[in-house]
Design a protein around this ligand. Structure first.
Ligand SMILES: Cc1cc2nc3c(=O)[nH]c(=O)nc-3n(C[C@H](O)[C@H](O)[C@H](O)COP(=O)(O)OP(=O)(O)OC[C@H]3O[C@@H](n4cnc5c(N)ncnc54)[C@H](O)[C@@H]3O)c2cc1C
Length: 248
């Protein structure tokens, strides 16, 4: 089984987010990038298929050269090889188109992705890719088994779970549950050394055009300070709500 894991390189969740002075772009200065957390769950499941069922795992990122350290981490975790589509992603649609082109030129049975990229939170690329290829698609996947060309997936739905059976090839958007957090793979020294010599192929982008262009980014208003009122001082609470918050 050939598995392609699509990885988005995203700012570390503890990063302080800023935009360029003109508000037109995300300011990458001083930002540490990591594998998108949802993609890490899917990658770990892919490595499980590699170890237990002899699958080959390729990771793919649409991005410029700055994403390569994150891709090397995926190789250190255990992926066999990597493909970088050499372009800066500009919207969900063009990203899906670039991924679709790589899939069309290769032979994959299973595409594992994350439910959502935690930077722009589009929640769109996997479904767009499925539409582009006309393949089966399971979103919010919390369990996945594959037996030859038959797969069974469990996905989270409102208030419950849904189990579906389908034939490969297919696209899966995974999340916590596809593997448990405690089972996430952390690269060891041997993996890091091996990753240095694993193939990371850079391919030219097709030039798929973005459908959406960012006009302006702005951060939410900083939260105002909190005034603590003693639980026995209802009078003071009423005064503050009346005179300062002016809500009563
Ligand atoms: C208006 C706008 C402007 C943007 N400008 C820039 C910019 O200037 N520079 C920049 O770097 N990004 C930019 N982006 C972000 C870029 O478009 C995203 O990387 C891409 O659109 C996918 O993000 P998403 O939130 O739609 O992904 P989602 O649909 O939330 O991601 C779901 C899954 O799709 C896969 N995936 C997502 N992105 C990639 C990827 N790049 N490679 C491989 N797999 C992927 C992952 O498996 C991920 O878990 C911009 C986005 C928007 C909406």
């Amino acid at each position: 089984m050939n598995i392609l894991v699509c990885i988005s390189s995203v700012p570390d969740t503890t990063s302080k987010i800023n935009f360029t002075a003109d508000g037109k772009a995300f300011d990458k200065n001083g930002i540490q990038f990591v594998i998108n957390p949802y993609d890490e769950f899917s990658l770990t499941r892919a490595i499980w298929f590699q170890e237990k069922q002899g699958a080959t795992v390729t990771v793919l990122t649409v991005g410029d050269a700055s994403v390569e350290p994150v891709m090397r981490k995926a190789l250190a975790i255990g992926a066999n090889d990597a493909i970088r589509v050499d372009t800066e992603p500009h919207d969900s649609y063009s990203t899906a188109k670039e991924i679709a082109k790589v899939i069309a030129e290769n032979q994959y049975d299973l595409i594992l992705m994350g439910r959502e990229s935690i930077d722009y939170n589009g929640n769109a690329v996997p479904a767009m890719l499925a539409a582009e290829l006309g393949w089966s698609f399971v979103n919010n996947c919390i369990g996945l088994e594959v037996e030859e060309d038959q797969a069974t997936a469990v996905s989270e739905i409102d208030g419950g779970k849904e189990t579906v059976k389908f034939k490969l090839p297919a696209i899966i958007a995974g999340q916590k549950g596809i593997v448990e957090e405690k089972d996430l793979k952390i690269p060891n020294m041997r993996g890091i050394m091996q990753a240095r010599s694993k193939p990371l192929n850079v391919v030219e982008a097709s030039g798929a055009e973005a459908q959406v262009k960012a006009d302006e980014f702005e951060k939410p208003e900083p939260r105002s300070s909190v005034t603590l009122v003693d639980k026995d001082n209802v009078e003071e609470l009423v005064r503050l709500l009346h005179e300062e918050a002016k809500v009563i």
